[in-house]
Write a new protein. Structure first.
Length: 114
């Protein structure tokens, strides 16, 4: 009972077995493709953001750590805030041209959308 994290066990059916050991399913970490095989789309998005523009980089195939690393590099180079989640990177502002140039220089296949 050392690890009594009840939130991770929500939805588990009660067991009367005193020796029951709850095991969580371990999701496999997705391997990151090399930059030359990544096909990224760089678009602008205004939906559900009160008219504010964000640059959306989608199509990343890899682990969350590598996505966070790429997002940090882009945010630093553009001098803007943003986030990375669900295989997408959001940057505050319209940086489509600059991001496409940065990604191509880093070896990624980036294409500018709308």
């Amino acid at each position: 009972m050392a690890n009594n994290d009840w939130k991770s066990r929500l939805g588990v059916v009660y067991s009367t077995n005193p020796d029951f050991g709850y095991r969580q399913e371990q999701g496999q970490e997705q391997t990151t493709l090399p930059p030359a095989q990544q096909k990224l789309a760089v678009t602008i998005d205004r939906r559900h953001r009160a008219g504010k523009q964000v640059t959306l980089i989608s199509g990343f195939a890899g682990s969350d750590d590598d996505l966070q690393t790429l997002a940090k590099m882009l945010k630093t180079q553009c001098g803007a805030g943003g986030t990375a989640k669900d295989g997408e990177i959001l940057l505050q502002g319209d940086f489509r041209e600059r991001i496409v140039a940065l990604l191509n220089a880093a070896g990624y296949k980036a294409k500018r959308g709308n």
